[in-house]
Design a protein around this ligand. Structure first.
Ligand SMILES: Cc1cc2nc3c(=O)[nH]c(=O)nc-3n(C[C@H](O)[C@H](O)[C@H](O)COP(=O)(O)OP(=O)(O)OC[C@H]3O[C@@H](n4cnc5c(N)ncnc54)[C@H](O)[C@@H]3O)c2cc1C
Ligand code: FES
Length: 254
């Protein structure tokens, strides 16, 4: 069940030049949230802007908090970057269908994140109780990587400019290191998800991708976020906000 809550800002800080790490107290949302879901955050500045979808990076059900890590790209995220501890914001969630987590502790889950697609994989990594490998791709430098190590993953980093780890993209890194896994959970740019899906399908590995699409209502009411999805021998449109954001890569029409 979704809740709309007046969430109290617990902390808000920069973890990179244009990336903020926001922790908010919203006990009803935190109680029901799971890995791969997102919240809709309202920019309440009097301009009546639409809510912005942001993935849940971490959930603390005991404290009733969720952590959101976001890149400042426009009006809404710029407003969120200015929030101070004690401020109140309206948040709707938990939204969408997240990752179905593998339960076999002897198997290996591979988490593949690209850029601002990395945050939802941290909660996923923490909830998984199997062997974990995280392949994290950045344009330059890195963020959150040590937290994946602390959550029990063997971490590989790729950067476009070679400033950290492997020089190149995540899929090239997977090939170079010949990484093996039983299931893949991924989030990042569509082009990365497309090539990752090909790599996974060639090896017969189940792969779940979190798709990003521009959203308006965020709750399945406006068809603003549809993507084409295979449907038997045919295809249909599905809503990223309600049917996703996580889809089996075999269903997605790239
Ligand atoms: C399911 C989902 C999870 C996301 N998780 C994160 C996250 O964890 N961290 C993060 O930094 N970003 C995330 N995004 C992208 C984030 O929603 C956009 O960057 C943000 O809405 C931009 O708002 P803005 O006002 O700053 O930019 P503007 O460009 O001014 O936004 C204008 C409008 O377009 C919509 N919009 C713009 N870009 C996007 C986008 N990429 N996806 C969806 N709607 C968009 C906005 O919601 C708004 O309605 C996620 C998107 C989706 C769909
Ligand atoms: S954003 Fe309205 S249906 Fe998905």
């Amino acid at each position: 069940m979704k809740h709309i809550e007046k969430a109290k800002v617990i902390s808000n800080r920069y973890i990179a030049d244009d990336i903020c790490d926001l922790v908010i107290e919203c006990p009803n949302i935190a109680k029901e949230a799971g890995a791969g879901q997102f919240v809709e955050v309202y920019p309440d500045n009097g301009e009546n802007l639409l809510a912005r979808p942001i993935s849940i990076c971490e959930i603390d059900k005991t404290k009733g908090t969720v952590r959101l890590v976001f890149r400042i790209v426009g009006k809404g995220t710029a407003l969120f970057s200015e929030l101070k501890s004690g401020d109140i914001i309206r948040v709707l969630g938990p939204c969408g269908n997240g990752y179905r987590l593998m339960e076999d502790s002897k198997k290996t889950a591979l988490l593949v994140g690209g850029g601002i697609g990395i945050p939802p994989l941290l909660e996923t990594c923490k909830e998984l109780e199997c062997n974990k490998i995280a392949v994290l791709g950045y344009s330059s430098g890195s963020f959150l990587a040590e937290e994946f190590t602390r959550a029990g993953a063997k971490v590989y980093i790729s950067t476009d400019d070679g400033s950290e780890g492997f020089k190149g993209n995540t899929v090239d890194l997977l090939k170079a290191e010949d990484i093996k896994a039983d299931v893949i959970y991924s989030c990042g740019p569509k082009i990365m998800l497309k090539f990752l899906s090909q790599w996974a399908m060639e090896r017969g590995i189940d792969c779940y991708v979190s798709m990003e699409e521009r959203m308006a209502c965020g709750i399945g009411a406006c068809v603003g976020c549809v993507i084409p999805i295979k449907d038997g021998g045919d295809w249909t449109y599905k809503k990223v906000c309600k049917d996703g954001p996580v889809f089996d890569c075999k269903e997605v029409i790239w």
